[in-house]
Design a binder for this molecule. Structure first.
Ligand code: SF4
Length: 445
């Protein structure tokens, strides 16, 4: 009985890669992938459970898919991902109209689950109890849900840092690296298939290989990918601040493909707050992080995230963070307000600042950053850079510079691109201006 499956993939890029892997197993199982969830026989929702708003979005998607089924517009609903991993039976109770559930250790069981659901089997829970321990390589040919010349290359799963506010280790399990040959093969296949930007992701990217003595370090893995023939960028995302090695900085200076770009979430600057966050290991590294990395790699672009409103954060702690952000002058900065997560140590901590206070601190940090972005923009105008063409919009093209990671750092609007250009081309541009978020440029060659 042929059925089609339509994906709704929520949450982070790592979850998107899991959706791609499941799509590969469905194809291998001769199960059709629908062009859209609306047109599918079975709607699959790959959920996120990181924080409240993510769970709400997942719940809304599940409810609307079940309503779609109740209207007879699809035959079944399957829920996968972090909500299943974290809540299992509770989730099944909360959503009685869902036909099947799949945990993150069971991605390779998706075709079986779809077949059994489509044959009308009773509600199915494919999610082993306990911590997730497996890591999956894509089946070839594999699908890229990013659509276009960039893709995510997931190199490990899980995390051992156990920051006091974070539920990810409980959901995704302990840190575990993929096999380096499998990663190299995937990178090679991506470049062969025309992918021009490989975004290397995990929860703790620079920790690659630390869990298995037979595996190379992140620097050695990058060097192996760097010798792949072709025009492409490699970008490192989600790196723990104290894991930045001298060898990595040298590699960023000398590599052919790795962008001079680092995403280093610091979360805070004050030693007392970092210690309370269980990030004491990063206190020293964070203090002069931006200056040190810039000195070692001239022209490097730095992204970070900060969290305000953590339990115990005083005005003095926040002053320290403001001065840190002013001094560090990150190119890109995201600010989050602490959200108490059940089953995390921070959930039971006292002295959580009032929400209004946290919101005001968030506003102040973003205001400082907006000023820094404007000043940096002035220094960018009149300079030229390489740009990856993404899509055409009327007479203009939209692309990204090495300084712009997908989905978080804005894009560049390019004028004067010749008619024969196509998505995936690298071109030279002259930066002519920009706003708070996107840049403007002119085509050079
Ligand atoms: S390093 Fe990131 S993923 Fe790991 S526990 Fe900390 S916040 Fe969570």
């Amino acid at each position: 009985m042929s059925v089609s499956v339509g994906f709704i993939s929520l949450g982070c890029a790592k979850n998107l890669v899991d959706s791609q892997i499941m799509a590969g197993y469905l194809k291998a199982g001769k199960i059709t992938l629908a062009a859209s969830p609306e047109s599918a026989d079975i709607i699959l929702i790959n959920t996120c459970a990181f924080i409240d708003i993510a769970r709400e979005e997942s719940a809304e998607s599940i409810l609307s898919a079940c309503a779609h089924k109740a209207n007879g517009d699809c035959r079944a609903v399957i829920v996968t991902g972090c909500m299943v991993q974290r809540y299992r039976e509770q989730l099944a109770e909360a959503f009685p109209d869902v036909d099947g559930f799949l945990g993150i250790d069971e991605l390779d069981q998706i075709a079986n689950l779809v077949t059994m659901v489509s044959e009308g089997d009773e509600r199915l829970m494919f999610a082993e109890e306990g911590e997730a321990t497996r890591i999956f390589n894509p089946l070839y040919p594999t699908l890229l849900f990013t659509g276009g010349p960039f893709a995510y290359l997931k190199i490990s799963d899980g995390c051992d840092h156990r920051c006091a506010y974070c539920s990810i280790p409980d959901i995704r399990g302990s840190f575990r690296s993929r096999d380096d040959s499998a990663i190299h093969e995937e990178a090679f296949c991506m470049v062969e298939a025309g992918v021009r930007e490989l975004n290397m992701i995990s929860q703790d990217t620079l920790n690659y290989g630390a869990d298995k003595p037979e595996l190379p370090s992140i620097e050695a893995l990058l060097k192996r990918i760097d010798v792949i023939e072709g025009s492409f960028w490699v970008r490192l995302l989600y790196s723990y601040p104290s894991s930045v090695s001298t060898e990595l900085l040298e590699l960023l200076n000398n590599s052919s493909h790795v962008c001079k770009y680092l995403d280093l979430p610091v979360q805070h600057s004050h030693p007392e707050i970092l210690t309370a966050m269980n990030r004491a290991a990063a206190v020293e590294a964070i203090q002069d992080l931006a200056e040190r990395v810039r000195e070692a790699v001239p022209g490097i672009v730095l992204r970070t995230t900060c969290m305000v409103g953590f339990p115990g954060e005083t005005e003095e702690h926040f002053e320290h963070l403001m001065k840190y952000v002013e001094r560090s002058r990150f190119d890109h900065l995201g600010v989050f307000i602490f959200s108490p997560e059940e089953d995390t140590p921070a959930f039971d901590m006292d002295d959580m600042p009032e929400l209004e206070v946290a919101e005001e601190r968030c506003r102040k940090l973003m205001e400082i950053q907006a000023g820094i972005v404007q000043e940096k923009l002035q220094t960018l105008v009149g300079t030229e850079d390489e740009l990856l063409l993404l899509r055409q919009e009327g007479d203009l093209w939209i692309g990204r510079l090495p300084r712009q990671a997908p989905e978080v750092d804005g894009e560049t609007i390019v004028d004067g691109v010749p008619a024969e250009a196509k998505a995936g081309d690298f071109v030279r541009v002259l930066i002519t201006g920009g706003g708070d978020y996107d840049l403007e440029a002119e085509f050079m060659r």
